[in-house]
Write a protein that binds this ligand. Structure first.
Ligand SMILES: NC(=O)c1ccc[n+]([C@@H]2O[C@H](COP(=O)([O-])OP(=O)(O)OC[C@H]3O[C@@H](n4cnc5c(N)ncnc54)[C@H](OP(=O)(O)O)[C@@H]3O)[C@@H](O)[C@H]2O)c1
Length: 279
């Protein structure tokens, strides 16, 4: 069984970096936002070889310059068509070079592809043995995918499954999240704001009411809601310092049973199995 987030003393939030690094005009502010996060205890950074075709990883290299590498928790992901042992190694070497580091804390299969899972796991185990990655995991896996993974030799060493999770997208509460809790697989929820600045998430009457009660913004409530469970974190993307500040402050919000009732009324929990949602 892999370790749990709580054992590693990690923050409940990491910094997402999709769409970061692609626009030279925003570079300075994006680096400043990431550095503000690190300075305020957000040691986890989530990226992928896919993000800006490596530009996100290259920007992170500049942002983490001068920080103690051992205090950071860097996550990257490889494409499903790079999921054989040889191609995983090649992708990892390129990611390490772009990030300016000699190991990753966590390396994820971005989503399932044609490669046999057993080959992907064997490749990840070899990289882990060499110390090039500390932990490995998967992303966009549903319950049946997780069960298939756990049936493989070494499959239960999977450290994390990273899936879409926010107030609008709660389908995984029906079966996947209970399965992960039972089998002690950490969970990373991505896109807590449904991948947008608010236009992709309904700011309902009850969401506004709960926000007002906590003297918070609706976005802060959306984020606080996604990280209530143990061994469960969220990775909002904030390219602006004011957003980063708000997101960090949201970690202190404790939602009450009354808040949850109000939110459930506007964003009902699933009552049957839902197809896995992804972005
Ligand atoms: N594994 C996967 O397949 C997968 C898929 C999608 C995403 N992800 C990961 O999850 C991360 C987050 O998801 P996402 O980037 O899709 O979207 P998101 O975090 O749901 O939303 C990002 C948007 O919200 C805005 N924002 C951030 N904080 C805010 C605040 N406090 N108030 C108002 N607006 C705020 C950001 O604006 P500014 O940038 O202008 O501050 C940006 O426009 C990604 O960056 C990526 O690392 C993983």
């Amino acid at each position: 069984m892999a370790k749990q987030f709580e054992d590693l003393n990690l923050p409940k939030m990491g910094m997402g970096t999709w769409n970061i690094g692609g626009n030279p005009g925003q570079r300075k502010e994006e680096i400043a936002a990431l550095r503000y996060g690190i300075d305020n205890g957000i040691s986890i950074i989530d990226t992928a070889e896919m993000y800006g075709a490596g530009k996100s990883e290259s920007l992170i290299k500049s942002a983490i310059k001068g920080y103690d590498r051992s205090k950071l928790f860097l996550i990257s992901k490889f494409y499903p068509y790079h999921a054989t042992p040889a191609l995983e190694r090649e992708s990892l070497e390129k990611s390490l070079q772009r990030l300016g580091t000699d190991y990753l804390d966590l390396y994820l299969l971005h989503w399932r592809g044609p490669t046999r899972l057993s080959d992907t796991v064997a490749g990840l185990q070899a990289l882990q043995k060499e110390g090039l990655i500390k932990y490995w995991g998967v992303s966009n896996f549903d319950t049946e995918d997780m069960k298939e993974l756990f049936a493989l030799p070494g499959g239960s060493e999977c450290f994390v499954n990273e899936d879409l999770y926010n107030l609008e997208q709660r389908g995984i509460e029906y079966d996947l999240l209970p399965w992960q809790v039972k089998n002690k697989v950490n969970f990373i929820g991505y896109s807590p704001f449904n991948s947008g600045d608010g236009n992709t998430m309904r700011i309902t009457k009850n969401l506004k009411l709960v926000a007002r009660n906590h003297q918070a913004t609706p976005h802060q409530i959306m984020l606080a809601w996604t990280i209530q469970g143990e061994n469960m974190i969220s990775i909002p993307k904030a390219g602006k310092i004011n957003h980063m500040k708000e997101n960090i402050a949201a970690l202190d919000i404790k939602l009450t049973q009354e808040d949850l009732k109000l939110l459930n009324a506007d964003f009902p929990p699933p009552t049957s199995k839902q197809p896995l949602a992804s972005i």
